[in-house]
Design a protein. Structure first.
Length: 400
């Protein structure tokens, strides 16, 4: 149990950090003044259908319209396959009411992305009320356990017609435990559907958990030894959550008098998360730059003179860079397209080593990551899901 979860509460924001062996791995910040949309469910009204984009813009009661692509349109009666190959103008019309869920926050001038394929996550299960499909987390590696859960999920759902995903922490859970959680999710879905049917005015009808409980739902497992909080109300909320969902938690819930936010800021200063430049162990460094379209990372050898020849120096520096890049993508919560410009290498074998290492490191990321093979000119592309605010934006808001 070498992990800790820190939860700092102030008048204006909540800061949550995942810490392992004294190092901050991930930080999540939620502000009272900034409305986070991802995971929320809305009554929407189709404002415009754009056949050229195979998309629609949906009024969800906010300043910006939600963007809905044809691949995210499913039937509200759960028969999605019937619609899978039809153009959007056959599926939606202007003025039509739809229930949608935000899957990605808006970026810049773009509104949020949405889907009609609603999901409701709990501790062990994810409910898919509009798709009668059953699947497992890809991180469940034990084949025998995978087979058990595959057989179990249809039994848990029964004749409901509702789909389920077993999350990683569902490993080893009994049918009774999963059925109890399934019943709670169905009750939640019934309330959402009832609100949608009663009033079709564009508005929010379901809000995801606050950041502290959402982090516990997603990250609390046997590796967490301590949960540290600095607020008595948050402590009560966390204790209630653990009583309901934290059967695996064998660690300590500890309330501290000092400000966790201040302690976290000190740790982040040491990690240089506010700097473009990040130094590498052997004297090289990377430079992280954000643009409207992507994030770029430039790898430089700097003062790395430890190897006998240029090719060995390039390989060593690039390998160190992969570790720093994967760490800072998580720590800074950088999403979208990331393009890395590695130092030129001697041959295909070295390039393959770098791509393989980057893919290995990103495979342990909690968020979905795709890593390309090495591209021409020493470039490598990474696509990482956008969830929440990037750390620099979140910290800027906290200081305003």
């Amino acid at each position: 149990m070498n992990r800790e979860i820190w939860i700092g509460q102030s008048q204006d924001d909540t800061q949550v950090a995942l810490v392992e062996e004294g190092k901050v791995l991930e930080v999540f910040v939620e502000h009272q003044a900034v409305q986070m949309l991802r995971g929320n469910i809305y009554v929407g009204k189709v404002s415009r259908v754009v056949p050229a984009l195979q998309s629609a813009f949906v009024d969800i009661g906010l300043e910006k319209m939600a963007f809905l692509h044809v691949t995210e349109v499913v039937s509200e009666n759960g028969h999605g396959d019937e619609q899978s190959h039809q153009p959007i103008q056959k599926l939606l019309r202007e003025g039509q009411s739809v229930m949608v869920q935000v899957t990605r926050e808006g970026v810049g001038q773009k509104g949020p992305r949405a889907t009609m394929n609603i999901t409701l996550a709990s501790r062990y299960l994810v409910l898919m009320p509009r798709q009668e499909q059953f699947s497992l987390s890809k991180k469940i590696s034990n084949e025998q356990e995978s087979e058990r859960l595959r057989d179990l999920l249809p039994e848990v759902s029964g004749s409901s017609g509702l789909g389920l995903i077993a999350r990683t922490v569902a490993e080893g859970k009994t049918q009774e435990v999963l059925e109890q959680e399934f019943d709670a999710l169905v009750e939640q879905w019934d309330e959402i559907e009832s609100a949608y049917l009663q009033d079709r005015t564009p508005r929010k009808i379901h809000e995801d958990l606050p950041v502290a409980l959402r982090t516990l739902r997603d990250l609390l497992d046997h590796r967490v030894g301590v949960i540290r909080v600095d607020d008595s109300k948050v402590r009560s909320d966390v204790a209630a959550f653990i009583d309901q969902f934290g059967a695996d938690f064998r660690g300590e819930l500890r309330e501290v008098e000092s400000s966790i936010g201040s302690e976290l800021e000190s740790n982040l200063a040491v990690e240089t998360v506010h700097d473009k430049r990040v130094n590498l162990p052997s004297g090289g460094y990377i430079v992280i730059e954000k643009t409207e379209a992507m994030t770029t990372v430039d790898v430089n050898s700097g003062g790395n003179l430890g190897q006998k020849n240029l090719s060995a120096t390039a390989l060593q520096t690039n390998l160190e860079a992969t570790v720093a890049i994967s760490r800072h993508l998580r720590l800074r919560n950088i999403g979208g397209l990331i393009v890395v410009d590695f130092i030129d290498m001697a041959g295909d074998q070295d390039e393959a080593k770098i791509a393989s290492k980057m893919q290995e490191l990103c495979a342990s990321d909690r968020l979905h990551c795709q890593v390309s093979d090495m591209l021409p000119f020493g470039l490598l592309a990474i696509s990482r899901s956008r969830v929440g605010l990037p750390l620099d934006v979140a910290m800027d808001v906290a200081e305003d």
